[in-house]
Write a protein that binds this ligand. Sequence first.
Ligand SMILES: Nc1ncnc2c1ncn2[C@@H]1O[C@H](COP(=O)(O)OP(=O)(O)O)[C@@H](O)[C@H]1O
Ligand SMILES: [Mg+2]
Length: 444
Amino acid sequence: MNAKVLLVGSGAREHALAAALARSKSRPSIFAWMKQRNPGIAALADEVRVNDNYHDVIGFARDCEVGLAIIGPEGPLRYGLADALTMLGIPTVGPTQRLALIETEKSYARILLERYRISGNPKFMVFTTISGVRKYIEENEPVVLKPNGLTGGKGVVVQGEHFSSMTEALAICRQILIKHQAMVIEEKLQGEEFSLQCFCDGTTIIPCPPVQDHKRRLVGDHGLNTGSMGSYTSANHLLPFLKYRELQQATDIVRRTIQALQLETGEPYRGIIYGGFMLTAQGVKLIEFNARFGDPEAINVLALLRTDFLDICRRIACREKYGGLNQLDIRFRGLATVVKYVVPVNYGLPKEQWVATVSDLLQIGDLGKAALYYSSVHSDQAGLHLTKSRAVAVLGMAPELSEAEGIAERAACAIIGAVDHRSDIGTAELIARRVQHMKELRRQ
Ligand SMILES: Nc1ncnc2c1ncn2[C@@H]1O[C@H](COP(=O)(O)OP(=O)(O)O)[C@@H](O)[C@H]1O
Ligand SMILES: [Mg+2]
């Protein structure tokens, strides 16, 4: 009988996870649980459940008699879904609630690194009241203000980019403290960011190729932070500004953090661990950890994966039964990838800049060699409709980055409606700027 796999989540990241599972030579049956119907996942799944209460996942998993679960987003990890599924005897890709604190509480990661003397922390301080905030900012500016809890990538504010005066800073801190009860204030780092996503079976970590993400809404890295507008990887599994030695530093930080988590909690971390790093003139620094794949960075690396993804997931979730990741030769194609998100035209813009739109219909034209991943859309007899969130992502993959970019760009332009995308992601011009930026910082 085919393996039965539960997949939780409804974004483009989970569409990529479903596509990777569907490519497995074991041809698993996919049981998809989602908050919102994703037509891409639905097309690959044997059964779909749409519901917005995580408690419902447990009954669905039991009814479908799944033998493995994969949790895509951070919400259900914070809820404790991995704990509940494991309790039911279902091996799960995704850490327990306690281990997921590495993402769900920013102060937890900072304090863990400090306690275990792992390199990569900027100077930081955790605050639960406004007392002392002014003094700390005065002594450490420029700083970054971070809510302690999850914000969907839209909560962090950076001095000089999102605010400048002390009055603004204090007002923002008060707001954050009311909503999140705690916050981290840290030194503002300068450099280039990259994401390192790793498979982890509790003991062994296997890094995927590093990815560079683009959070800013507008071309040239202008505008507000979004969930992400796109990402790229290089064919040599480095990045144009990142040396092998620096990638090793980042991998080492992830490895030591997983060991520290085990010592701290007594629990093995079974899932994906994502390190968000900043390469600075002083070496590799940690921005944050995520307890799952990035959306869209999952698309880049899963498209490159040559090893059977079901096999990897089984070893992550249950190394006792299937053997550890150290016994598997995990390989990625030597190709470059570029992902571009197509978003509603008003997505991530301040209200004053919104434009009036006449229709929310989305038409998908000739995508050429690109692959399409659905994110937030809804369909009816009239066709596909936009929501308020990111609509679809397109992936270009080719031996050269410029070629991958061209494939993704042409596909993004072939998606018609009241939409927008970042035409600069993966272009030679933007990449040259990033390389130059790093060169200048290293020279200083
Ligand atoms: N210490 C820092 N120095 C400079 N920029 C930072 C720092 N911390 C975060 N940022 C910027 O803010 C973005 C979001 O911060 P992050 O910690 O990743 O939170 P989240 O993804 O939860 O919003 C980062 O991608 C980075 O661009
Ligand atoms: Mg982040």
